[in-house]
Design a protein around this ligand. Structure first.
Ligand SMILES: NC(=O)c1ccc[n+]([C@@H]2O[C@H](COP(=O)([O-])OP(=O)(O)OC[C@H]3O[C@@H](n4cnc5c(N)ncnc54)[C@H](O)[C@@H]3O)[C@@H](O)[C@H]2O)c1
Length: 366
């Protein structure tokens, strides 16, 4: 099989532990890492050891190379836009980490730049390749819990972050870093790229930077379905929460990364109740409450997944589909136009919750 030559920018938690982990693995039968751009000498050394590839301090050193099939931009979030734009302008194909950029106008600029350079890019939103998402979507589409009315999503834990992901000047914070994945998933559950009504709350609870670590976003779509997403850094019982709890007219679904619990009834076994305007009574004449005599069905669907498989299985699936797109002309999985709406939703949340920037980039930081 033809292998594609890849250059990685950034060899940190994403570049090394997510992209690098896949690229080093036996599952990678499609790419060769030919260059890593990393300005931290120790991280560059680690990349050289892992891949035996060229290493550079600046991505501009890639621009003269003609042997690179695509570049992975896993640098700091605020560098995604300028670096991706420059790479596209030089004709490179780019797989950019999330968040792609700050505003929908910037997304459009990247789309236009790619078009002008006769090239293309995608965004590394890999979560929809999770087994839980694929199965959850299948069960919802089959109507197992009836008509969906409310979808709740949690990403809770007890966290006191102190890294760059707490800084506004880095385009960081828990919405663009964490909630972004689930906003993207929810847009697909809603089945539309139209802009929903947004109600939200952002706050800083435990993080030491100036970007939010508490996020609550409600997305309401014209079909009446409401999606609630929370990132809560003060939830010491967060591990008990499912990823999703979904409420339908015939039951409820709880979605975990390694299993899905369903409790539902069948219309055939539980006829629609008939409206009664008078007080209701038992057969003996005593007062009664509504009793639908629901015959519940309970199921647990086990998933062939680790407790958290986003970083292994999903990366493998994402890269293989991206490869099929580039080499065999298959449809692009993560389209920039779709991500443009995700970014517009995040901008609306920030408009509703202006935070004050307290920190600027020190000289010793790139
Ligand atoms: N899709 C996911 O599941 C996922 C998971 C983690 C991180 N991310 C994203 O990946 C990006 C990187 O995050 P991280 O957690 O890996 O950060 P990190 O701090 O662990 O790593 C970033 C690395 O990039 C290097 N770097 C940054 N800018 C550079 C530049 N211009 N030139 C050369 N080297 C540069 C840094 O020295 C560092 O080693 C972020 O945008 C983050 O949102 C995505």
């Amino acid at each position: 099989m033809k292998k594609l030559n890849v250059a990685l920018i950034g060899y940190g938690r994403s570049g090394c532990d997510i992209h690098g982990a896949f690229l080093k693995s036996a599952d990678n039968d499609i790419c060769n890492v030919v260059a890593v751009v990393e300005n931290d000498p120790a991280r560059a050394e680690a990349a050289k050891k892992d891949f035996g590839c060229d290493t550079y301090r600046s991505y501009t050193e890639l621009l003269g190379r003609r042997d690179i099939d695509f570049v992975v931009n896993a640098s700091y979030s605020d560098l995604h836009y300028p670096v991706t734009k420059d790479l596209l302008a030089h004709g490179f194909k780019v797989l950019c980490e999330k968040p792609l950029c700050k505003t929908p106008e910037m997304v459009q600029d990247l789309i236009d730049t790619a078009k002008a350079g006769n090239t293309e890019f995608t965004i590394f939103h890999q979560y929809r390749y999770n087994d839980y998402y694929i199965k959850m979507k299948e069960l919802l589409d089959a109507g197992t819990i009836g008509q969906v009315k409310l979808v709740r999503n949690w990403q809770n834990g007890f966290n006191r972050r102190y890294d760059w992901q707490t800084l506004i000047y880095r385009d960081a914070g828990s919405m663009r870093n964490n909630a972004a994945h689930y906003i993207e998933e929810v847009m697909c559950l809603a089945g539309t790229d139209e802009m929903p009504k947004v109600d939200s709350h952002l706050a800083i609870w435990n993080a030491v930077g100036d970007a939010e670590d508490y996020v609550f976003v409600v997305l309401s779509y014209p079909n009446g379905v409401r999606y609630e997403l929370e990132v809560n850094p003060s939830d010491a019982f967060g591990a008990d929460e499912p990823l999703f709890r979904i409420y339908g007219t015939r039951g409820t679904m709880q979605v975990y990364s390694d299993h899905i619990r369903l409790k539902y009834f069948l219309d055939s076994e539980c006829p629609q109740p008939v409206l009664e305007h008078r007080s209701i009574h038992h057969e003996d004449g005593s007062p009664a409450y509504c009793d639908n005599h629901i015959r519940w069905h309970e199921e647990t669907v086990k998933l062939e997944a680790d407790a958290w498989n986003a970083f292994g299985k999903c990366t493998n699936r994402f890269y293989h589909d991206w490869y099929d797109h580039l080499v065999k002309g298959a449809e692009l999985f993560m389209k920039p136009e779709h991500v443009k709406v995700e970014i517009a939703i995040m901008c609306e949340v920030e408009r509703q919750n202006p935070l004050v920037q307290k920190f600027t980039k020190p000289d010793y930081v790139i």
